[in-house]
Design a protein. Structure first.
Length: 489
């Protein structure tokens, strides 16, 4: 007689990659109620209601893409559907999205008490992967709302865009108060950043048990440097395209911003600081110097897959405009060395779907200054890191740390990030030997182009499971959106 099934699903023959183990073991994974319930060789198929054969593929923990923007260039409810389909096809099972008041997103100012419930309502039922939000306090009133966001909505991570006070999202601007939708007398400046940090320090003191998962992320560029260099570079006919854009937002602007942010963190005792999308040698060196200068601050350093795969000579010039800019090859190689030296804590996509029609200016299709900033790429995050990392000797478990475990721990996703008993059964199966050429036409994203077009990657995602449910398999996103909002408190 066969046994009564006790498991909802068994995934057999998985070469399991775990963040803290060097060995890759061939195991079966038993899933019950959306969690890993049994992990062992040769689990009897009779004990599961369903059986899936992974055929000896590598099994990584579901990827946590800790830096995405959903709903920035099109309505959030529509963007969530298409862009999280793209996430699923890339092995991403959790999407952490930066959001703020002001132009783009909901195109509203005012209180987060009113704004954030609207974000959640537009999100509900539209995500194919689990999701949460990082929030940027733009107006001074938002600092007072930090406890509300944490206690009512489980938001434990916040953001500062350091250049926003005096420079536009896409280039030079003297309209920043209108862009941010704040009153004329308000300032989005270093003092505001200091007061945000003090607000987060108070939150940590009020909730000591959650202290390790409350953090502040910073986009580090200094507006004054960007303004001055943009004017210089726009008048320099020897530079064009991505070369010009990188020179107009020079790496020392990143380095200076990192030093200012780090000193403010020290001054305010804001313990957990995330330095986002470090794009250059100067930025990384500044970040490492600040770690030494202020050892009591718990810094994390982030790099994007775009800054690891692209350089200023990429042929897809306009499509690759992003902040901070794509850099010369020497910076790319320095970032890779930092990754291999375990000086980078996680790798992300910084996915911001910007359609071709919006990306380029109809007035001048190839004008880098008129093009919009940002592009999608969550669907290439795992394969991009796998492909380029493998060439450089990066271990699979190191990849799992940077793509799953580390961001999960930092951002309070304590049931994500590992293939272990009791964790969410988020799993991505990868064929390490299958190569493919990136084609935007094959992506589920609405974007219609990709700066990665034509790049050959090795390590193809074959299947993605979210809490034990198969949501992507052999080129097809399956079913309807079942992603859940994750409260992190």
């Amino acid at each position: 007689m066969s046994e009564t099934p006790v498991l909802d699903q068994i995934i057999k023959n998985v070469r399991v990659v775990r963040p803290h183990q060097d060995a890759i073991e061939l195991l079966d994974l038993g899933i019950k109620d959306g969690k890993f319930a049994q992990i062992a060789p040769n689990i009897s198929p009779d004990t599961g209601k369903e059986v899936f054969d992974a055929q000896n593929l590598l099994g990584f923990p579901g990827v946590v893409d800790a830096h995405m923007h959903i709903g920035i260039y099109q309505s959030l409810d529509k963007d969530a559907v298409t862009e999280t389909k793209a996430a699923a096809m890339g092995g991403v099972t959790t999407s952490l999205n930066y959001i703020r008041t002001g132009q783009y997103y909901l195109n509203k100012g005012g209180s987060y008490r009113d704004f954030f419930p609207e974000v959640l309502a537009l999100s509900a039922g539209n995500f194919f992967v689990d999701y949460s939000y990082h929030i940027a306090p733009i107006a001074s009133q938002h600092i007072d709302e930090i406890p509300l966001l944490f206690e009512e909505h489980g938001v434990s991570s916040f953001k500062i865009f350091m250049f926003y006070g005096g420079y536009g999202l896409h280039g030079l601007s003297d309209q920043q108060n209108l862009f941010l939708m704040i009153n004329k007398e308000e300032r989005y400046d270093f003092a505001h950043f200091e007061f945000i940090m003090r607000g987060l320090t108070r939150l940590m003191e009020a909730h000591p048990k959650a202290r390790d998962t409350i953090s502040l992320s910073l986009h580090c560029e200094v507006a004054e440097i960007l303004n001055a260099y943009t004017k210089i570079v726009e008048n320099d006919s020897s530079l064009s395209g991505l070369h010009a854009y990188s020179a107009a937002r020079p790496p020392h602007s990143e380095g200076l911003a990192i030093c200012i942010a780090s000193y403010l963190a020290h001054e305010t005792n804001c313990a957990n600081i995330n330095l986002l999308h470090l794009s250059s040698r100067k930025a990384m060196e500044a970040a490492l110097t600040m770690q030494t200068a202020f050892p009591h601050i718990n810094f994390r350093r982030e790099v994007t897959v775009g800054h690891l795969l692209l350089d200023v000579d990429t042929p897809n010039t306009i499509w690759a405009k992003v902040n901070p800019p794509i850099r010369p090859r020497a910076d790319v190689e320095y970032l890779w060395q930092a990754v291999l030296n375990h000086q980078v804590d996680w790798i992300v996509s910084d996915h911001a779907c910007c359609s071709a029609e919006q990306k380029r200016s109809a007035k001048d299709l190839n004008n880098i200054w008129l093009a919009k900033s940002g592009f999608g790429g969550t669907e290439y995050l795992l394969s991009g890191v796998f492909s380029e990392g493998s060439k450089r000797g990066m271990s699979y478990n190191h990849m799992a740390k940077l793509l799953s475990w580390n961001p999960s721990q930092r951002f309070g996703l304590l049931e994500k990030g590992d293939i272990a008993i009791g964790y969410d059964a988020d799993l991505v199966l990868v064929d390490p030997n299958e190569s493919f050429v990136v084609r935007a036409a094959e992506s589920e994203s609405q974007q219609g182009y990709t700066p990665f077009e034509g790049v050959e990657l090795t390590g193809r995602v074959k299947s993605t499971f979210l809490r034990g449910n198969l949501i992507y398999n052999n080129g097809q996103v399956l079913g309807s959106p079942t992603g859940r909002y994750i409260k992190r408190f």
